[in-house]
Design a binder for this molecule. Structure first.
Ligand SMILES: [Zn+2]
Length: 240
C-alpha cells in the first residue's frame, strides 16, 4: 500500500470508529437520562400524594377545632334549658339545640371522611416510598456502570479525535481540502473503502471498469461516482 493510501485508509477507519463511538456514547447518555426518569416520576407522585396528605391533615385539624367549638356551644345551650320559663322560649331553645347537634353531626361526618382519606393516602405514600426506594437502588446500581461506560467512551473519543487531527495533517493538502469540504457538509465518513465492488459510504455498486481501474492501481484514490466520497482500495492478501 502506498503511504498516501495508507494514511487515507487510516483516516477513513478512524472516522468510521468515531461514528460508531459517537452513536454508542449518545445511546449511553440517553440510557442515563432514561434510568433517572422512573425515579423522577415516582418522586413527583410521592410529592403530590404528600401534598394531598398534608391538606387533609390540615382539614382534620380545623374540623377538630370546629367540633370542640360545637361541643362548647351545645353545652352552653343545654345549661340554659333549666332556666327556660315560657313555651315560646322552650320551642326556640329546642330548635337551636337541634340545629347545633345537626351541625355537630355534619362536622363529625367530615372528620370521618378525613380519617378515611388519610388512611388511604398513608397506605399510598408507603407504597410509593417503597417503589421509589427500589427504583433508586436500581438506578444507583445501573448508573455506576453507565457512567463508567460514558467515561471510557469519552476518553476513547478524545483519543480518536486527536489521531484524526494528526492524520489530516499528514494528508496531501489537496485531499485534505476535499476531505474538509465533506466534513463541512456533514458527510462522514468521507473516506471509504471499496468492498465487494461497492462504495461503503453510499453502498452503491460500482461499475466493473471503475473497480478494475482501482484494482489495477491501488496507490490512487478515486471518488465514488454516486456520492463523491473519497474511495480507496486495499488489495486482498495473496493466498499462498
Ligand atoms: Zn458512494
Amino acid at each position: 500500500m502506498s503511504i498516501s493510501i495508507e494514511q487515507l485508509a487510516k483516516l477513513g477507519q478512524t472516522d468510521q470508529e468515531l461514528v460508531v463511538l459517537q452513536r454508542k456514547l449518545s445511546d449511553v447518555e440517553k440510557e442515563i437520562a432514561g434510568a433517572r426518569l422512573v425515579v423522577d416520576r415516582l418522586e413527583k407522585s410521592l410529592k403530590e400524594k404528600q401534598h394531598q396528605f398534608d391538606e387533609v391533615t390540615e382539614n382534620r385539624r380545623l374540623g377538630q377545632q370546629k367540633l370542640g367549638e360545637a361541643d362548647i356551644f351545645i353545652t352552653k345551650l343545654e345549661a340554659q334549658v333549666p332556666m327556660i320559663r315560657t313555651q315560646k322560649e322552650f320551642v326556640a331553645g329546642k330548635k337551636q339545640l337541634e340545629d347545633a347537634r345537626k351541625h355537630r353531626g355534619t362536622i363529625e361526618n367530615e372528620l370521618l371522611e378525613c380519617e378515611i382519606n388519610l388512611d388511604e393516602y398513608e397506605a399510598d405514600l408507603k407504597k410509593l416510598q417503597e417503589q421509589m426506594d427500589e427504583a433508586n437502588e436500581g438506578f444507583q446500581k445501573n448508573i455506576a456502570d453507565l457512567l463508567k461506560e460514558q467515561k471510557s467512551s469519552t476518553k476513547k473519543l478524545e483519543k480518536l479525535k486527536k489521531n484524526k487531527v494528526e492524520l489530516i495533517g499528514k494528508l496531501d493538502p489537496n485531499i485534505a481540502a476535499q476531505y474538509n469540504n465533506f466534513l463541512k457538509r456533514g458527510i462522514t465518513p468521507a473516506i471509504c473503502q471499496v468492498v465487494n465492488k461497492a462504495c461503503t459510504g453510499c453502498n452503491s455498486s460500482l461499475q466493473p471498469q471503475f473497480v478494475n481501474e482501482m484494482i489495477g492501481d491501488p496507490s490512487q484514490h478515486r471518488h465514488c461516482p454516486f456520492c463523491f466520497r473519497i474511495l480507496y482500495y486495499i488489495p486482498e492478501p495473496e493466498k499462498s
